[in-house]
Design a protein around this ligand. Structure first.
Ligand code: ZN
Length: 425
């Protein structure tokens, strides 16, 4: 293994995605399922082949470590191998394969680094099974509580703790997965963009500057169900008409903050009783507001809450809201971004700054270490779908950029290899 191997990346991609493959050509490897476990075991086998020192933490996150001249702190890179139901073959997987490829090249060339290198495979990144995303990295950052493992459950009523126990993991040892800030020198995650920015720009490497974060509310509007023919207009408490005003208020609030990159959506609306001849008495709606700017997001939320209060008063309906999610946007480390830009230039790949609209494990690692992310182009921006696709040449470019990024972050010693050998198909 003398160079980044495109063929090897492809071979591993195919092999890993045989696990949980669906008839539609996607994959189903839910968090803490047997399929995810099998994929993690395959990564473990590859780590051993690279001579990495392998360990599992208490929530099942997998680490493969290559020692440096110092004991630590380590430069960590990786992503996840779980998926949504019938999801794509690149989300998460690409970050793990690039990490194995880049760290494997250090091993194959016997390159000495000052700091240790670690490949990580985080567990249960997707929220589709338990309703909460990034469980593995939350545990590492210390932002998951043991009670959460017993509270969160899947559609069959299986709790995270039960799913973990079925894999031989011990939920009560959750705290042992936590890493101290001093133990991680930097974290870098490669991920497919899941959007069209890079594709449209014809640019292979996105250097992520911020990760946007959502605030979500479940809102209930209670009016009065009544006969649509017999109830005069001035006697109505129409829950849907009130909800419609809230939908528009969300749109307006987000539009007013658009310059800060804030977006707002009402994507769910349940109307009851839901008959042509009955005035809607009850509406449930879901509001999702996202931004990379925490202050802007707060302003949008305040406006929406004020509009709800005003609507309730004016229309005589009752509006209650439940805060489901409220996360802070993350600004990624300028230092790590600088190393990624240097690496892209060193490898001869064009790069551009980009924002992550979706959450990632990097979000939690950023709480304990300087963190950066590299995005690779997604064809047509399609993700969480069997049609998800990233060109394997772009994946290889990502691995190459990651190699040089690690070179800098871990302070590789001696002469830089003259070049990474050209990619071989
Ligand atoms: Zn992902």
């Amino acid at each position: 293994m003398a160079a980044i191997g495109t063929a090897r990346l492809l071979k591993r991609l195919v092999e890993l995605n045989r696990i949980g493959e669906t008839v539609e050509g996607g994959v189903t490897r839910l968090g803490f399922s047997q399929e995810e476990e099998a994929a993690v075991r395959l990564c473990e086998q590859w780590m051993r082949e690279l001579g990495l020192v392998v360990r599992r933490d208490s929530v099942g996150n997998l680490y493969g470590r290559r020692p440096g001249r110092r004991e630590g702190p380590a430069v960590v890179t990786g992503s996840h191998v779980d998926s949504v139901p019938n999801g794509g073959k690149y989300d998460g997987v690409v970050g793990v394969l690039c990490a194995l490829e880049a760290v494997g090249l250090f091993a194959a060339r016997n390159i000495v680094t000052e700091y240790p290198l670690e490949v990580v495979v985080f567990r249960c990144e997707e929220s589709s099974r338990f309703g909460v995303a990034t469980l593995g990295s939350r545990a590492v950052a210390g932002s998951l509580r043991e009670e959460d493992l017993h509270r969160l459950c899947d559609a069959d009523g299986v709790t995270v703790a039960q799913a973990m126990a079925a894999l031989g993991l011990e939920p009560r040892r959750l705290a042992e997965a936590r890493r101290s800030p001093g133990s991680v020198r930097a974290f870098v995650e490669i991920h497919v963009e899941q959007g069209t920015v890079l594709e449209r720009a014809g640019c292979p490497i996105g250097v992520v500057t911020h990760i946007a974060a959502p605030t979500r509310y479940q809102v209930r509007v209670s009016g009065e169900a009544a006969h649509s023919g017999a109830t005069p207009m001035n006697r109505r408490k129409d829950a849907l008409a009130a909800a419609a005003e809230i939908v528009l208020a969300v749109e307006r609030a987000a539009q007013d903050e658009a310059a800060c990159g804030t977006v707002g959506t009402v994507g769910v609306l349940t109307v009851k009783p839901g008959a042509m001849n009955v005035i809607p008495g009850d509406v449930e709606m879901g509001i999702d507001i996202r931004s990379i700017d925490g202050e802007s997001k707060k302003r949008a939320v305040q406006r929406i809450l004020a509009a709800m209060e005003e609507t309730a008063l004016r229309r005589g309906v009752k509006i209650t809201e439940k805060l489901l999610v409220d996360e802070e946007p993350v600004a990624l480390s300028p230092w790590v971004q600088e190393q990624i830009r240097w690496a892209a230039e060193r490898a001869g790949h064009r790069h551009m700054p980009i924002v992550s609209a979706a959450g990632h494990d990097a979000m939690h690692m950023a709480r304990i270490a300087p963190t950066g992310m590299v995005f690779l182009p997604s064809r047509d921006g399609v993700s969480h779908n069997p049609l998800e696709y990233t060109d394997i040449e772009d994946v290889a470019a990502g691995a190459e950029v990651l190699f040089w990024t690690l070179w800098r972050l871990a302070e590789a010693q001696g002469e830089a290899p003259l070049e990474v050998e050209p990619l071989t198909a």
